[in-house]
Every structure is written in C-alpha cells, then in structure tokens.
Write a protein of this length. Structure first.
Length: 252
C-alpha cells in the first residue's frame, strides 16, 4: 500500500514538474516572439505596447527606468487586480498563481530582448520580415501555452474576466481589451513625447492583431504531439522514443 502511494506521488511530482517545464519553454517562445516584434521597430505586439512606451519614457528620464520585462510584470499585476475586482468571489484562487507566471514571462522577455539586441531593422523589408517572424513565434508559444493547461496568463485572464462580466464572447472581449491597450499606449506616447510613437504602435501592431489569432488556430491543428509530450508515464525514455518514431513515420 505504501509503495503504491510512493509510486503515485512520484508520478504526480514528475508529471507536474514536466508540465511546468514545458510551460516555461512555451513562455520563452512567446517572449521571443514579443521581443522580435519590438525589435522590428514596425509596431510591437499588443501586449507589449504599454510596457514598450513606458520603457522609452524611462530611458528619456520621464518615467521610472524599468526594463520592458519589469513593466510587463507591473502590467500583469494590474491585470490580476482587475480580474479580482471584476469577478470578486468568482475569481478562482488557483489563478493567483498568475503572479508567478507573469513574473516568469517578464523575466523571459528581458532575456529575449538581450538575445535579440543585435537585430537592427533599417529597411521596410527587414522590419516586415522580423515582425512576421515574431508573430509566428508568438503564435506558436501561445498554442503551446494553451495546451499546457496550467494557470492562465494575466493578459488572457483579464479577457476571460471581461467576457464573464459582460456576457461577451471571448473573441469580442479580446478585441475590446486589445483596442483598449493600444489606445492607452498611444495616449501615454502623446503624454510623454507629444507625438505618436510609430515604433510602439504601428503597422506591425495591426498585423499582429490580425494574424496571430489566425496562426494560433492553424498551428493548434498540428500540435497533438505536444499534448502527448505533456503526459508523463513510467518508462519515460521509452515513451519519448515511441513518440519520436511516430513523428518520423508521419513525416515519411
């Protein structure tokens, strides 16, 4: 009896650790996509517009000098607070772990901003290419993060909260939240700099708003292998080998 309990706990612990390791990988890919959109100077992804403009204001000495990842975490804290205010007792306690996920994502965003610091986009063609690459990685990361089935990202959580409070479908609530973030970013740009910050909110922002959702749906159809990877079973090495063989058979 005791040995069965120990085996059960071991499996649960390893499964939990493996699931969240894959979640971190997903967040890293998402953060890389966001960083590339920022580096394109063609307009950042929606979720980064406010942190980006605040970072620029900080560099100009007009706001606290935090990194874009730190401003993203601050924004995530505000998102969680808004969820609590909107849902009140309906806010699931489990979702307080959004604080941890939000911190990890902010940290990984700073890591990827450092990794992509060598990218300088001087031509329209290069800007568009980097923007599209960022959108692809962002969509892949979102698709994987959703399949991890762990705690909701704060940016998604606020959309869910708005949808529940107003009985608006998720897609429409998402559009409402995205537009609100963009408007706030534009307003902060005018407040600090007196002009529209095109590198923050530009054509690339519109592109990401349109195509990332489409890409998520497209990629999701081809990620069954990731769902299999999520579930740990005894004999994990044999499982990975069998999964790899299955993928190779499909490619052939």
């Amino acid at each position: 009896m005791q040995s069965n309990f120990i085996f059960f706990m071991k499996e649960r612990i390893i499964s939990f650790s493996w699931q969240h390791l894959l979640l971190i990988v997903s967040l890293f890919i998402m953060a890389c996509g966001v960083a590339l959109c920022v580096r394109s100077n063609f307009g950042s992804s929606v979720i980064a517009t406010i942190p980006f403009v605040m970072t620029l204001a900080g560099e100009a000495g007009m706001a606290p000098q935090f990194t874009i990842g730190e401003y993203t975490y601050i924004m995530n804290i505000l998102f969680i607070g808004l969820q609590v205010l909107i849902l009140r007792r309906g806010f699931p306690r489990m979702q307080f772990f959004q604080f941890i996920i939000g911190f990890v994502f902010g940290f990984l965003l700073d890591v990827n901003m450092w990794l992509t610091s060598i990218i300088v986009c001087n031509t329209i063609l290069w800007k568009v290419a980097v923007q599209l690459m960022g959108c692809v990685l962002l969509a892949v990361g979102i698709s994987l993060e959703i399949r991890c089935g762990s705690v909701t990202m704060p940016g998604e959580g606020i959309v869910v909260a708005v949808g529940k409070a107003t009985d608006i479908p998720f897609a429409k609530a998402k559009i409402m939240v995205d537009i609100s973030l963009v408007v706030i970013a534009v307003a902060w740009g005018y407040f600090y700099f007196g002009t529209w910050q095109w590198q923050v909110v530009g054509a690339g922002t519109l592109i990401s708003m349109i195509i990332v959702g489409i890409m998520v749906k497209l990629f999701d159809k081809h990620l069954e292998w990731f769902s299999r990877l999520l579930y740990y079973r005894p004999g994990f090495r044999r499982y990975i080998y069998g999964l790899a063989r299955c993928i190779c058979d499909k490619i052939r």
